[in-house]
Design a protein. Structure first.
Length: 243
């Protein structure tokens, strides 16, 4: 089955060159091209495997698109492109972490090689992780309609994918989540703390004891935000290791 590519770029000549290059390919298919960033926002959850997005769109930024994808929990492989790289863009790429970045101009053959490096089956693993996190949080009694639920879910996923973040919740995780949801680190911290308090009151006691028994005293105090996220991320990693 061909890898399905959606391309978002204002440069019509570049887009046409890419479409022409892949027109006879049996392994890569350019299924959709969009030149309008706002229109692209409406197509983010359509059927494609890899998004190729120009970070310097004329109407909205590529960062806006990547931010919306994260907000909508859309799991796609991403190749970001740009004519130049600014310090601000580097920060954006560090936050949203596309699979690859290619500086324009580039030959379609370079894009082909990059696409072939991407394991499109990996997104299925990411979806499975999200499902496991969701099920675990529901078992712990955290309602999905409160903000802290979403922040905890994203924080656990970040720790799961990068163990070094387990010791940098204030420095890295809060600011990253705050940027994604257009809020502040202090509000993220408070929302997570509130969600943990809700969990401590209505969660499955036996599950709580099983998960947190070795790290916190269930009868004495609830875990800190950092303990809560790190313990759940570690539990998921152990489940994967011994699956």
């Amino acid at each position: 089955m061909a890898i399905r590519v959606m391309m978002v770029d204002n440069d019509i000549n570049h887009v046409n060159a890419v479409k022409q290059y892949f027109s006879s390919s049996s392994s890569i298919s350019v299924v959709k091209t969009i030149s309008d960033g706002k229109e692209a926002l409406k197509e983010l959850d359509s059927n494609y495997d890899i998004l190729i997005v120009n970070m310097l769109l004329s109407d909205i930024s590529g960062e806006d698109i990547l931010s919306k994808m994260r907000e909508m929990h859309i799991e796609k492989q991403i190749i970001a492109t740009s004519e130049y790289i600014s310090q601000e863009m580097m920060k954006s790429l560090d936050v949203y972490k596309p699979n690859y970045f290619i500086k324009k101009p580039f030959a379609p053959s370079v894009l082909e090689k990059t696409i072939n490096k991407i394991d499109t089956s990996h997104s299925l693993n990411e979806v499975n992780v999200k499902i496991k996190i969701t099920n675990l949080l529901h078992s712990l009694g955290i309602p999905s309609h409160i903000k802290g639920y979403t922040y905890i879910r994203d924080g656990i996923e970040m720790m799961y994918n990068n163990e070094t973040l387990m010791n940098s919740i204030t420095r890295d995780i809060y600011p990253s989540i705050a940027k994604t949801y257009n809020t502040t680190s202090s509000r993220v911290e408070r929302a997570i703390r509130h969600a943990i308090e809700v969990s401590w009151m209505r969660g499955d006691y036996s599950l709580m004891e099983e998960i947190f028994g070795n790290s916190v005293d269930y009868d004495r105090a609830k875990p800190t935000n950092s303990e809560f996220l790190a313990t759940l991320a570690d539990r998921l990693k152990l489940q994967k290791e011994f699956a």
